[in-house]
Design a protein around this ligand. Structure first.
Ligand SMILES: [Fe+2]
Length: 448
């Protein structure tokens, strides 16, 4: 089924192809092992121009913000534009109007537009809302996720803004889904701030109609002495996630519920402190402790640098975080851990501490969204028995959670004009395992 986004509002003829050459004059984090493997020619960067007036919204995207609210985010070049959203369940008939907040930032000589964040609701589940930003410009629409099963997630990492990115997004929107999940590396602006704006315009047609839930990758860091000594300046300003709603003190890690609380999703930060006395670790402990697997049968985690990886790219980069946090996730019986960073696809079996373990999470690397750096083509040999499927191709994943016990994961490789399911597997929730939940089969039977 096609996503019913208002196609009339897609920017016409905004895509301009050009080859991008800018000297790397800024201090930033780089991939330590990028030179160690051969990648095919990178896709051309796509620059998405701004073709609306300065008062009109651009880069519109929505995200979940609590159990029955959504946050609408957009940018205007004119700082006099209002941070208001009008919305309703019929086109052009707005029954509510909510004022939100706004921010902006500077980065060297660059000054961002006015970045608006407006939290709207309460909203009904699985309902299409039509909305307008700042009482100006086109009408957009989004559909809220369902409050029950089934629910479907599109999962895409290391997206960037190339012709491969465009291909991936075209495949994503060719089939309906409820929530978009992105485990880091969004724009690949790498301190060149206009590319953040270009990325926002590129993804608007998709990100304005389904919630986009993201966590940060190394390309979001953008550390520059004095100007942004702690990094993440653009990311934090532009991609505000519901960290306050989940008791986190940082936009770099948070959690949220979907499907009426039946699914809990945790977004972790690979590039902020994670050791046992860190704020992130303590928050994760508390967040996991709140989960009742009788009412929340599914728990998923997203982070950027993979803990398990048989590609030669980025070997060991997630190891310190794994050592610090794996026991927490294992103890909580997390079902799946998604990562990006490695520009390829790989699915592992259930693992704990480098060994197959039926009570551990399934690990998936899905860093193949289509960025300008190309694919990570080289794998360690012989293949680890823990690695069930691996391939260096661009693509995206889909996780369809059917009910309390079963979900279907599929990986869709980008072909020239279509997407092909190249890997798929049925998954059973660990909450359904009496052994993993510390219950004897007989006592589990009594509860049921
Ligand atoms: Fe990365």
């Amino acid at each position: 089924m096609e996503i019913r986004c208002p196609r009339a509002f897609l920017l016409p003829s905004t895509i301009v192809f050009f080859v991008f050459f800018v000297p790397q004059i800024l201090v930033q984090f780089t991939h330590a092992s990028e030179e160690e493997f051969t990648r095919p020619p990178a896709g051309n960067i796509i620059l998405s121009k701004h073709e609306r007036s300065e008062m009109e919204p651009q880069q519109v995207h929505v995200s979940l913000a609590g159990s029955d609210h959504m946050r609408v985010t957009w940018v205007t070049e004119d700082h006099r534009a209002h941070s208001t959203v009008e919305y309703g369940t019929a086109p052009g008939e707005y029954t509510a109007r909510i004022r939100g907040e706004h921010t902006s930032y500077t980065f060297f000589s660059y000054t961002s537009g006015k970045i608006h964040h407006v939290k709207i609701g309460p909203l009904e589940p699985e309902t299409t809302y039509y909305y307008r930003c700042g009482a100006s410009g086109p009408e957009f629409s989004f559909k809220t996720p369902p409050s029950t099963f089934p629910i479907e997630f599109a999962v895409v990492g290391d997206l960037g803004q190339t012709d491969w990115t465009k291909s991936t997004l075209k495949h994503v929107e060719s089939k309906d889904y409820d929530v978009f999940l992105l485990p880091g590396d969004l724009s690949y602006a790498d301190s060149q701030q206009p590319l953040w704006d270009s990325f926002g315009r590129l993804v608007e047609s998709i990100a304005s109609c389904r919630p986009w839930m993201v966590t940060e990758g190394n390309h979001e860091i953008e550390i520059v002495p004095i100007i942004s000594p702690h990094g993440f300046k653009a990311y934090k300003a532009r991609w505000l996630m519901p960290y306050e709603e989940s008791g986190s003190e940082s936009n770099l890690y948070y959690s949220f519920d979907v499907a009426g609380g039946s699914i809990h999703i945790i977004m972790l930060g690979s590039y902020t402190e994670f050791d046992s006395d860190s704020d992130q670790y303590k928050w994760l402990q508390q967040d996991l402790a709140k989960i009742d697997r009788r009412t929340t049968p599914w728990v998923f985690v997203l982070l950027h640098a993979p803990w398990y990886n048989t590609n030669t790219a980025h070997q060991g980069e997630g190891e310190e975080m794994r050592k610090a946090m794996e026991e927490l996730l294992y103890g909580a019986r997390v079902d799946i851990v998604f990562a990006g960073h490695v520009h390829a696809y790989e699915r592992f079996t259930r693992i704990y501490d480098n060994e197959a373990d039926s009570c551990g999470p399934v690990y998936v690397t899905i860093g193949d969204g289509g960025n300008r750096e190309g694919l990570a083509m080289s794998y360690k040999e012989p293949a680890s028995p823990l690695s069930m499927f691996r391939e260096a191709s661009f693509g995206h994943g889909r996780l369809r959670v059917l009910n309390h016990t079963h979900a279907h994961w599929s990986w869709h490789r980008n072909n020239q004009s279509n997407a092909v399911v190249a890997d798929d597997v049925w998954l059973e929730s660990l909450s359904a395992s009496g052994t993993c939940m510390g219950q004897e089969p007989s006592s589990l039977k009594d509860e049921l």
